[in-house]
Design a protein around this ligand. Structure first.
Ligand SMILES: Nc1ncnc2c1ncn2[C@@H]1O[C@H](COP(=O)(O)OP(=O)(O)OP(=O)(O)O)[C@@H](O)[C@H]1O
Ligand SMILES: [Mg+2]
Length: 220
């Protein structure tokens, strides 16, 4: 479903250049649960952004169901971001001026998505938080809001950047159970994590180092 072919990305500022991704290739099938690990600065977030249609790589291709997402008309990327991908950002990126409910509504584009908001709020123990603003939430509550916003419109691919990074074990567990449920229901997951324990019991594992894939394994 997802194929990354030899992508490279340099961040440039004036004459300064930093190679964040250096010839990364990987492939993920529909319904898989893949985890990317690697040290801070190894390029994990950059890789997730390129896969999510947010950063165009300098070279290489990102193929979604065989189509190069950066080779199409701009409208293709809009649709891809809106319909196919759910993105959980490392820093959440919730809108500070919108409530929890309004933040989640942002990604809904059909009636049936709106109908599911209450179900997910309940599942994530957020029903009392609907009208609160992000600044009034705990980190765990923000992260669960970001999760619901990412999956409420039923994307086929969930890209999650350190979804449990700032959470205590209990909150981390709640969120992982939700992500696993999304995966059991057919969703494909590509998740970035520092936590080696988290990646031990999952399917595909990809290790990044200095912008390169240095290890890859599949645990049945
Ligand atoms: N906008 C930018 N401009 C310049 N350099 C950047 C930019 N974004 C990231 N970098 C650099 O690219 C490298 C890879 O960054 P990236 O955020 O992908 O790493 P990461 O593996 O996600 O790290 P972390 O685990 O700390 O989140 C880092 O060294 C970072 O400093
Ligand atoms: Mg990162």
């Amino acid at each position: 479903m997802l194929e990354v072919r030899n992508i490279s990305k340099k961040y440039k500022k004036g004459s300064d250049e930093f190679t964040a991704l250096n010839g990364v290739s990987l492939s993920i099938g529909k319904g898989e649960f893949a985890v990317i690990t690697g040290a801070s600065g190894s390029g994990k977030s950059t890789l997730l952004y390129t896969v999510g249609g947010l950063i165009r790589p300098d070279s290489g291709e990102v193929l979604f169901d065989g189509t190069g997402i950066y080779d199409q008309k701009p409208e293709f990327l809009n649709q891809y971001r809106k319909r196919d991908v759910g993105f959980m950002f490392q820093q959440f990126h919730l809108m500070p001026y919108l409530t929890v409910y309004e933040n989640i509504r942002l990604t809904c584009y059909a009636r049936q998505h709106l109908d599911r908001i209450d179900y997910y709020l309940e599942k994530c123990s957020l029903n009392g938080m609907k009208r609160k603003y992000p600044s009034e939430l705990s980190v765990g509550e923000k992260q669960r809001t970001a999760f619901i916003r990412a999956i409420v419109a039923d994307p086929v691919l969930l890209l999650a950047d350190e979804p449990t990074g700032n959470l205590d074990p209990e909150n981390s567990n709640i969120l992982m159970l939700m992500i696993e449920e999304y995966n059991r229901n057919g969703g494909t997951v590509l998740l970035v994590s520092h936590d080696p324990g988290l990646s031990a019991n999952t399917g595909r594992r990809i290790i990044l180092q200095s912008g390169k894939v240095v290890g890859s394994s599949v645990t049945p």
